[in-house]
Design a protein around this ligand. Structure first.
Ligand code: GLY
Ligand code: MN
Ligand code: MN
Length: 466
């Protein structure tokens, strides 16, 4: 919650107002509550755009920002009976002082207030294709305003996508955001450390280990440091389960001699972290596990070296693919007699059998955060190519040029399903290594490295040495 006009939320509203045009108006709803089953809702999570501009986490709230720099909050009215059941509501009387908005009303007054707020504006900005029935509500308010044209009302003439403005703002993390993201990553790193330690300790003690034991350890560490919830469904994948990219922590047995892949990160004060580590359940890599692990780590190092201001978003991915593809040839996962040279493997995407996802994504309030992946100044430059695997015609536009303050993940992997021609020693091994990086002028700051990543460090940690 913010109390003055100098909070990051107030500063963002001021910046947004300047982008709307003097006669523009922006309408931003918070997220709806979602029923889980009868009488029981999913844990409420605010809308990221709304929270970015308000720091206000109650449901049933809307923000209106106008081009003259004024902001109006609509929120739940005070209601003692409801507050006994559901908890404290700020209410519109206290909202201006607490949230720093110029005015606040009960959300029940929206149909009355919005036509007046829309009167005389030229463009209405709202996030397109994000909230069910939002267009219908806006249409209703515009209709009410139009009914008053005979009395001098002036209707807006343009509907514009607010995501375009807010996505670009959110792509660059200010120092307030970077500080929270560093802390979120630190908490998540600590959780990965504890999960690794627990796995080794339980196996050494001869206790059966299931994926949910490790999941519980992650959750415990997130919550005990004040994280509100996991930033996404945690993946805790033992053995062959690691080859299922969207596997979720379940009840699989964590077996001595197999690897465990954990992809989990907490959300802290509205910001995600996203870390993957893959480790031997018993604390000691076998030779084939180690060979693949070292390959993925080398590919991540190449991607990290390619991550800096001025590079393209796709550069880390291309650096990763080059290292992985060479490694697949060297280790016999790919047979050069069948797939040809390194260049052929890359051009024909033969590596895709074992590496089928991209090397990163923006991260921020959303784990897969908003922000264009195309360089805005080159959006008109389009080339076409045929995908070598699907034959589909793909439109390419120049990738985003990285700038300081952008935050992205760097997450190469290798997933070896049992198949003919694939050396048996690698069957069912899935490995991913994922870190979160803030782009700087000269490189990047890895904010998730409080959990070991090298073979030696992981083995030492799990032996109980560090
Ligand atoms: N955990 C989601 C991802 O790595 O993209
Ligand atoms: Mn990720
Ligand atoms: Mn992840």
């Amino acid at each position: 919650m913010n109390t003055s006009s100098t909070t990051p939320y107030a500063q963002r509203r001021t910046r947004l107002a300047a982008l709307l045009g003097s006669k523009g108006i922006a309408i931003i709803p918070s997220a709806p509550e979602q029923q889980r089953n009868r009488d029981s809702d999913f844990l409420y999570r605010h809308d990221s755009y709304f929270y970015y501009l308000t720091g206000f986490a109650e449901p049933k709230a809307w923000l209106v920002v106008t081009g003259d720099g004024k902001s109006t909050l609509f929120c739940q009215p005070k209601d003692l009976e409801r507050e006994i059941w559901d908890g404290f509501r700020l209410g519109p009387d206290a909202a201006p002082a607490q949230v720093g908005v110029d005015a606040a009303f009960s959300v029940a007054e929206m149909d009355q207030q919005l036509p007046a707020l829309l009167d005389g504006r030229d463009a209405v900005w709202y996030p397109f294709a994000t909230h069910k029935a939002l267009e219908t509500r806006i249409d209703g308010w515009l209709g009410s305003l139009r009914a008053r044209v005979r009395y001098g009302a002036l209707c807006p003439q343009q509907l514009r996508d607010l995501c375009v403005l807010l996505d670009e703002m959110r792509l660059f993390k200010d120092s307030h955001e970077q500080d929270i993201m560093r802390r979120a990553a630190q908490i998540s790193a600590g959780a990965h450390v504890r999960a690794m330690q627990l796995s080794a300790r339980m196996l050494r003690a001869g206790e059966p280990v299931r994926e949910y034991h490790l999941d519980a350890e992650l959750l415990h560490e997130f919550r005990r440091h004040g994280s509100q919830y996991p930033a996404y469904g945690s993946i805790v994948a033992a053995g062959a389960n690691a080859c299922v990219l969207h596997y979720r922590a379940d009840a699989g047995e964590v077996r001595d001699g197999e690897l465990v892949l954990i992809d989990a990160g907490c959300e802290l004060d509205g910001y995600a972290s996203d870390i993957t580590r893959t480790f031997p359940a018993n604390g000691k890599f076998s030779a084939p596990q180690r060979a693949l692990y070292e390959l993925v780590l080398a590919s991540q190092e190449a991607a990290i070296a390619a991550t800096r201001a001025g590079a393209r978003f796709t550069d880390p991915h291309e650096a990763t693919v080059k290292v992985l593809a060479q490694g697949m040839l060297d280790l016999g996962l790919l047979d050069s007699n069948k797939v040809g040279s390194l260049q052929d493997v890359i051009e024909k995407r033969a590596y895709f059998q074992f590496y089928m996802h991209r090397t990163g994504h923006w991260i921020g309030m959303d784990v897969h955060d908003c922000g264009s992946y195309i360089e805005p100044s080159e959006v008109g430059t389009v080339s076409e190519r045929k995908d070598p695997l699907s034959g589909e015609l793909i439109k390419d536009r120049p990738a985003r040029i990285l700038q300081s303050g952008m935050v992205l993940t760097i997450e190469p992997g290798i997933y070896v399903r049992a198949a003919e021609g694939v050396p048996e020693q690698f069957h069912n091994i899935g490995i991913r290594i994922e870190d979160d990086a803030i782009v700087t002028a000269t490189g990047c700051e890895l904010i998730s490295r409080d959990v070991p990543v090298t073979v030696q460090e992981i083995e030492a940690l799990m032996r109980g040495v560090i």
